[in-house]
Write a protein that binds this ligand. Structure first.
Ligand SMILES: C[S@@+](CC[C@H](N)C(=O)[O-])C[C@H]1O[C@@H](n2cnc3c(N)ncnc32)[C@H](O)[C@@H]1O
Length: 255
């Protein structure tokens, strides 16, 4: 029997896409509708489910490798970082699950952010799989997430923001002629503590959900423009889905 690579919290398919390039496939467990649709369009296999209540034992005897990328929002600088408060509970859950004790319900009741305990889920799957002497290997994505590419990488796949078509209400010749005046940065959302990274820095984690979906290019006067020539900066430009994908290291034509 051909053994499976299981991908917990599979997202839109970063690991799956890399595996495809290596001639392998995984089966993702993921609950988000749009991540699942993206995976389907990319030809990736998915079980749309919540990883936490899903039975792990059903995979026993079938697994070659385990990939796990628990969500990092509970620890994110863009959030309240209650994961840090919950850390002892997460450690307790990992220790309990590794010994075959499922104390998640009780620990979850004590968590300040319910998402914190998802970090312990890979241990539950590993404990079940280990009873069958599996898996052969495990890879986990760090809680700080995969570093984004510098925005300059966009030039490989598509125009950088200063080379893009101007917004409809901006006179095109002025915009094009003045593009060099601005140094562009990527602001990861519309909250006051949003990550802002220059185009030559690694992009922050781009999170599109609820209120945090205003990911924009923001312009600042370039450092080589004399004070006498400074003008007010153009309005922020909303990032495209394709740009966001490239900055998270997906190819430009990824669905
Ligand atoms: C760090 S991202 C994974 C990115 C993925 N590793 C990739 O390479 O594209 C975490 C994913 O976990 C999903 N997720 C969060 N909580 C979940 C849960 N309880 N069950 C299933 N998926 C969940 C989110 O929707 C998100 O897509």
């Amino acid at each position: 029997m051909r053994r499976i690579i299981l991908d917990l919290f599979a997202g839109p398919g970063g690991w799956s896409h890399a595996l495809t390039g290596l001639g392998a496939r995984d089966i993702g467990l993921e609950w988000d509708e749009w991540a699942c649709k993206t995976r389907a369009k990319a030809g990736q296999l998915t079980i749309r489910t919540d990883v936490a209540p899903y039975p792990a034992w059903i995979f026993c005897g079938r697994i070659l490798g385990l990939i796990a990328s628990p969500p990092c929002q509970a620890w994110s600088m863009a959030g309240k970082r209650l994961g840090l408060v919950d850390q002892p509970l997460v450690h307790q859950s990992v220790a309990d699950l590794a010994a075959g004790r499922d104390t998640r319900e009780q620990l979850l009741g004590e968590c300040a952010d319910k998402r914190s305990l998802l970090t312990a889920e890979p241990t539950r799957y590993l404990h079940a799989l280990n009873l069958a002497g599996e898996p052969e290997w495990v890879v986990m994505e760090g809680l700080r997430g995969r570093p984004g590419l510098p925005a300059g990488a966009l030039r490989l796949g598509r125009p950088a923001p200063c080379q893009r078509e101007p917004p409809a209400d901006t006179p095109a010749p002025t915009f094009a002629a003045e593009a060099h005046r601005w140094s562009w940065s990527l602001r990861s959302n519309n909250q006051s503590n949003a990550t802002v990274r220059r185009a030559d820095e690694a992009a922050g984690t781009l999170f599109f959900g609820h209120r945090a979906n205003e990911c924009t290019w923001v312009a600042d006067t370039a450092s080589d423009v004399p004070d006498s020539e400074q003008r007010s900066a153009p309005a922020p430009i909303k990032i495209t889905a394709q740009e966001a994908g490239v900055l998270q290291s997906f190819p430009a034509d990824y669905p």
